[in-house]
Design a protein around this ligand. Structure first.
Ligand code: NDP
Length: 679
């Protein structure tokens, strides 16, 4: 008998108290492992995650968590071969495995990088700027995101045992949430191996990752407010989870990614022979055959202009005839097996349902030639294309989760958009067109019904990642039937895990809470210029108020001459007088900012290493010759970098004129040494 998969529960690997159910190789029917979660104490898992994993993760800053993700991604890369080998047993070809395993690891790398670049080296995230709530400026508000003291549960589908876990794990860990992974039983042996590799690495704090091999049991009964469930799978199971009392009344947040009848539209501008025609056909064939069509993003509905339907079907047939189907261990096989014989039965049932309003025009639902493999023991199914009759309803309702697509025809573009919408909300749609007006009309029509829309044409084809690839930087999810959830999308996925709270306080106390200087808070000045202080000495609020400097006409002329910026408002008195905003010569905005730098700088070598930009620069009041300007520079935020001897200092800069009116406001960004000998 093959080994029983173990669950990782409260710090140890545990085995069910029965023999479990067999899990079979998708291509050969051999037993790969057995699975059961009988006797598993899911309550202990949830408590362990909350009491051990959560606090350990939340003690780390976003940058430290991002560093963990990067180390984890490197560790998994080093052990990739074993995962790839086992992946074949799920029916996956090398190309499918690259999407699942490499794609999953790539997602971790992407989140590691996003976490470092786009999140603070802190445990809270500020959302927007402080809002002034009173006339006197003593009462202000600020939105902040904090980590929830809960557990992220992920319940995954069978089709991406590695990517499905990692795409959810990355954002959750970054958000400081411990995770309990519940993979689909059918391919759980591959997820289990990946989890073992991760845990063996010792990189993650204990309690931050646990695994349920087998049924979820009473897991949802254990969850409460602050816990979340991210589900990928069938609409049927999603319905069961949606009705769970802890979701309905208990505050558990449920994200669903379920069935999706994605479509691809051939634009009415495209003719056979155009690059877009071939790109369209190639895209459909790719989506039908990668993972044997078992992709939540696969193209189920192929929408083409009526006069081109036959030509499109011929082109699909020509390409599909080159797809060899069989055991993925054979390197000549282009498409492997479905996940199980049961899954093949489901697909065949779906095809039967589709045949109520569509005819099979390519392939044989009951047979089809195999390059390699036993059709009775392996879950093979050759690609099938159907053509819908007019007014067909089934293609908009039935999801054949395999290498099956249905061609539907349209007369006018708005009809194509209306047909797409009959999917009742999908993950992704694509349109092949090179006509800007067609593309705008289709994209705006499709967008409310889809989480992602790909426009494919000759210009982006070489770099396009294709219709079916969710990307870590773009949202993955869709409205309505697709579940209404949203995953990925870069930092958005992290923020979705956090709690947003509006904090109201005085500027000083808000500064204390947020770690970012708030306008109106204390601005202590000292004899030591802040540019002489390293990060060790610099404090939020440290301020320098410069002396004043009069801006002369000669300054303005010199700047115009020197830079070549001779815009009339700075050089032509008569024309400038007619300018309704200025009524005369004004100083260049960049002159004001340059003079301000001259006013606040401390020039000698010191801990300030570089100026790397300004943010939010606004010119508020024109400066005329004879005006006198001064600048106030305040330490707004300090972000040490974990992997360098320096960190970032964000300075609040306000340039005022002789009347105290703000002339320019901006943030100055500098890199400052962590320590400095003379400090
Ligand atoms: P299921 O909905 O049956 O299973 C998905 C996950 O939910 C599995 O981990 C499963 O565990 C778990 N699960 C099942 N019942 C419960 C429950 N009562 N409580 C908690 N967890 C539960 O989907 P499948 O993966 O079996 O796929 C079936 C169909 O779903 C496909 O044919 C396809 O149509 C659709 N699908 C859609 C996807 C999409 O993203 N659009 C992705 C994958 C599938 P276990 O395996 O142990 O039963």
């Amino acid at each position: 008998m093959t080994p029983l998969l173990e669950s990782y529960c409260a710090g140890r690997w545990v085995r069910a108290d029965d023999e479990g159910e067999p899990l079979l190789d998708a291509a050969t029917g051999e037993e790969v492992a057995r699975i059961s979660s009988r006797g598993l104490d899911v309550g202990a898992m949830v408590r362990h995650a909350r009491s051990v994993g959560g606090p350990a993760l939340r003690a780390l800053t976003f940058h430290e968590r991002a560093a963990l993700l990067k180390a984890l991604a490197k560790h998994l890369t080093a052990g990739k071969d074993a995962l790839a080998e086992l992946s074949m047993r799920t029916g996956a070809t090398a190309r499918d495995t690259a999407i699942d395993v490499d794609g999953g690891i790539g997602t971790l790398f992407s989140y590691a990088s996003k976490g470092t670049r786009e999140l603070p080296n802190d445990t809270i995230v500020l959302d927007g700027s402080a809002e002034r709530l009173g006339k006197g400026g003593t009462f202000v508000g600020q939105h902040v995101y904090t980590s929830r003291p809960g557990v992220a549960v992920q319940i995954n589908a069978f089709n991406f045992p590695v990517w499905g876990m990692l795409e959810k794990l990355g954002p959750a860990l970054l958000a400081g949430l411990p995770t309990i992974v519940k993979p689909a039983s059918q391919t759980a042996y591959l997820t289990e191996l990946a989890v073992r590799r991760i845990l063996e690495s010792g990189l993650l704090p204990e309690g931050s990752l646990q695994l349920i091999a087998g049924g979820a049991g009473s897991l949802l009964d254990e969850l409460t407010v602050h816990d979340s469930v991210a589900f990928t799978g069938s609409a049927h199971t999603a319905g069961i989870l949606r009705r769970h009392p802890n979701v309905v009344d208990g505050g558990v947040v449920l994200g669903v990614e379920a069935d999706s009848l994605n479509c691809s539209i051939l634009g009415p501008d495209v003719r056979p022979g155009d690059p877009e025609f071939d790109l369209f056909v190639k895209g459909v064939v790719t989506e039908m055959t990668v993972k044997a069509g078992q992709k939540c993003t696969a193209i189920r509905r192929v929408l083409v202009p009526e006069p081109l339907a036959d030509t499109v079907i011929e082109a699909l047939e020509a390409r599909l005839s080159r797809i060899s189907v069989g055991d993925p261990r054979n390197p000549d096989v282009r498409m492997g097996a479905l996940a199980s014989l049961g899954q093949r039965d489901e697909v065949r049932k779906a095809v039967e349902a589709l045949r109520a309003s569509a005819d099979v025009v390519i392939g044989d639902p009951d047979g089809g030639a195999l390059l390699d493999g036993d059709p009775d023991r392996g879950a093979f199914l050759t690609p099938l294309v159907l053509r819908a009759t007019d007014g067909a309803t089934e293609p908009h309702d039935v999801e054949p989760f395999g290498p099956v697509s249905t061609v539907l025809t349209y007369d006018a573009l708005d009809q194509a958009v209306a047909l797409a919408a009959r999917g009742k909300g999908s993950l992704v749609a694509s349109v092949a067109s090179h006509d800007p007006q067609v593309v705008r009309d289709v994209v705006l029509g499709l967008a409310p019904w889809h989480g992602r829309v790909l426009v494919l044409d000759r210009d982006d084809a070489a770099e396009s990642t294709g219709h079916g690839s969710p990307l870590p930087t773009l949202v993955h999810g869709g409205p309505g039937r697709a579940g209404g959830g949203e995953e990925l999308g870069g930092v958005r996925a992290v923020l979705r895990h956090l709690q947003r709270t509006a904090i109201q306080a005085s500027p000083d106390l808000l500064t204390a809470v947020t770690g970012r200087w708030t306008p109106g808070a204390r601005q202590p000045e000292s004899d030591v210029h802040p540019f002489r202080k390293s990060l060790a000495d610099l404090r939020i609020g440290d301020t320098i108020r410069s002396a004043a400097r009069t801006v002369t006409l000669a300054d303005i002329e010199h700047f115009a001459d020197f830079t070549g910026d001779t815009f009339y408002a700075h050089t032509d008195a008569e024309a400038a007088a007619r300018n309704p905003l200025f009524g005369g010569i004004v100083a260049h905005g960049y002159l004001v900012v340059s003079l301000a730098a001259g006013l606040f700088v401390e020039p000698s070598p010191g801990p300030v290493l570089a100026n790397y930009g300004v943010d939010d620069l606004r010119f508020l009041t024109p400066v005329k010759a004879g005006d006198s300007i001064a600048v106030t520079l305040t330490v707004k935020q300090i972000t040490p970098r974990n992997t360098a001897d320096y960190g970032e200092v964000r300075w609040d800069a306000v340039v005022t004129n002789q009347d105290g009116k703000p002339v320019a406001t901006y943030d100055v960004l500098t890199l400052v040494a962590k320590t400095w000998a003379a400090s």
